[in-house]
Design a protein. Structure first.
Length: 230
């Protein structure tokens, strides 16, 4: 009877269940080392088997689209955005919301601010593609001149030649950690406290969005609908 019960439990437990819990434990260990508050019952995220593996081309196109809308968000310059679309052969790379923004002759300041923040997601994509070696601690905004120089020097085809999408394990590790950072900054706001450990909430939100898209969280939602629940 005991053997039969143990066998039933083993059969009922996915073989990959430990992967997600190990990833969660590693994230919590990092949070503890950094002095970032966490809760044990925040769930583990997808496993490799449950996640979506994006193609390099999907990520490259998303990178270029995000960079172009961020530039328009920062400058408000429609002509410059159109020039960049031509330069990077990026026609058709945009989500519906992005395309509407690109087409807007006079976007509002709120729209511009929203899309200017997409620079942060470009950094995630360049890291995911192996162009950037590290994804720095999210305590400050990304280095926009560095990003601009990188894309200018590589161009679309150079980006394709250099790109090597990181392993799904690396992407999931980053997604799990940012998920827990996001909870910590949201909880601090609800408690009326400053963000812990110098974390930058807006940077974290953008990264969470990008990483959830990369791993196909929430059943592979399209870019405009990606959730960042905590």
């Amino acid at each position: 009877m005991i053997r039969a019960t143990l066998l039933a439990l083993l059969l009922a437990t996915p073989l990959h269940a430990g992967e997600a819990e190990d990833r969660k434990a590693a994230s919590i260990a990092q949070l503890e080392a950094e002095g970032v508050r966490y809760i044990d019952w925040l769930p583990a995220i997808e496993t490799e088997a449950e996640s979506l593996r994006r193609s390099e081309e999907e990520v490259i196109r998303r990178t270029l689209a995000l960079a172009i809308v961020a530039v328009k968000g920062e400058t408000g310059d429609s002509d410059l955005a159109r020039s960049l679309i031509s330069q990077f052969n990026a026609e058709g790379y945009f989500s519906p919301e992005e395309q509407a923004f690109i087409d807007a002759a006079a976007p509002t300041q709120a729209q511009r601010t929203k899309f200017a923040w997409r620079y942060e997601t470009v950094e995630v994509m360049l890291w995911a593609l192996g162009i950037y070696d590290t994804l720095k601690y999210p305590s400050e905004i990304m280095d926009v001149p560095r990003m601009a120089d990188t894309l200018r020097e590589l161009g679309a085809e150079g980006l394709r030649a250099r790109a090597k999408l990181r392993s799904q394990t690396e992407l999931l590790d980053a997604a799990d950690l940012i998920y827990r950072y996001h909870w910590a900054t949201r909880q601090a706001r609800l408690d009326g406290r400053p963000p812990p450990a110098n974390l930058y909430p807006d940077v974290i939100w953008e990264r969470h969005h990008a990483l959830n898209w990369l791993i196909g969280a929430y059943e592979g939602e399209r870019w405009d609908e990606v959730s960042t629940d905590t």
